[in-house]
Design a protein around this ligand. Structure first.
Ligand code: PMM
Length: 277
């Protein structure tokens, strides 16, 4: 999954694709490289970001989605709002990527159920609110409380989000789970979840991993004086993580730089098969 944020303030590509033509060009570029799904978002979830008006969010994403879908691109819409998801689906989006996992908007489950599209349920302990903490970096959301056992708690919470979705009429085969790397989680918690990917994949749903350029990679690769690695210098680490995620059961990885991840995933595939894929 390739990321195109049609926002002014996303931590990595904020402002770069705010204009329709540039966003569409980037989406086509990613597709032509071999990316399967282009994820279009119109609202940043970075700490300190202010929520955008729903009308503006839709205005940002809908024209881009319409243009990409008309070129045959498979598009997911990254939104927590049912009205934006609905407009995006009408414009040709075929997947809803909801970082609130259905908690932010009670109407979302119905929109997804009616449209019959796949729904990515991400884990984010944010009490269903869009909470921010101006703490720098890109680890989003206020910690509601700590975790005693991150893997079992995130697994149980994801499964309860599944129950909620299924009760609202969503086809369980349309659900994709995402552990929400960097969303109100510490670096150690992120690594524990990544290490537990085979377990998460064993819950019975496809698993998406979104770790691209995130802060814990910056701190992992910090200079000797503790300065985190620049956001723009985290793609090698992201690609390594993509290869490992692919080898440990991920269904997909959500990334900014497509070429490095495509190469890394191809290596992981060849390794697993013991031959060229
Ligand atoms: N991360 C961000 C935004 N959307 N969606 C999913 N499913 N998983 C993620 O980890 C995720 C997401 C924040 O990163 P960005 O600002 O680079 O888009």
């Amino acid at each position: 999954m390739g990321i195109v944020n049609v926002t002014a303030d996303s931590f990595s590509d904020g402002g770069e694709y705010l204009h329709r033509e540039r966003a569409v060009k980037r989406g086509l570029e990613l597709r032509n490289l071999g990316v399967d799904i282009i994820d279009i978002g119109g609202e940043s979830t970075r700490p300190g970001a202010t929520r955008v008006d729903p009308g503006l969010e839709a205005e940002r994403v809908v024209p881009v989605i319409r243009d990409l879908a008309s070129e045959g691109v498979v598009v997911s819409v990254d939104t927590m709002r049912a009205e934006v998801a609905e407009a995006a689906i009408n414009a040709g989006a075929s997947i809803v990527n909801d970082v609130s996992g259905g908690q932010a908007d009670p109407r979302m489950a119905h929109v997804v159920a009616d449209a019959g599209v796949p729904w990515i349920l991400m884990h984010w302990r944010s009490n269903g609110e869009f909470v921010h903490r101006a703490s720098g970096g890109n680890d989003s959301g206020t910690r509601r409380d700590g975790y005693r056992d991150i893997v079992s708690e995130v697994s149980a919470e994801l499964l309860s989000q599944v129950d909620y979705a299924v009760h609202a009429g969503v086809d369980p085969t349309a659900l994709i789970l995402d552990p929400g790397i960097g969303f109100a989680k510490t670096a150690d918690e992120n690594w524990a979840l990544l290490r537990a990917l085979p377990h998460l994949a064993g819950l019975g749903f496809p698993v998406l991993v979104g770790a691209s350029r995130k802060r814990f990679l910056g701190s992992l690769l910090a200079a000797a004086d503790g300065t985190p690695r620049e956001v723009s210098e985290r793609d090698v680490a992201t690609a390594a993580l993509s290869a490992l995620a692919a080898a440990h059961g991920a269904w997909g990885v959500r990334v900014h730089d497509a070429q490095s991840t495509l190469d890394a995933v191809t290596v992981a595939q060849a390794w697993q098969q013991g031959a060229q894929p």
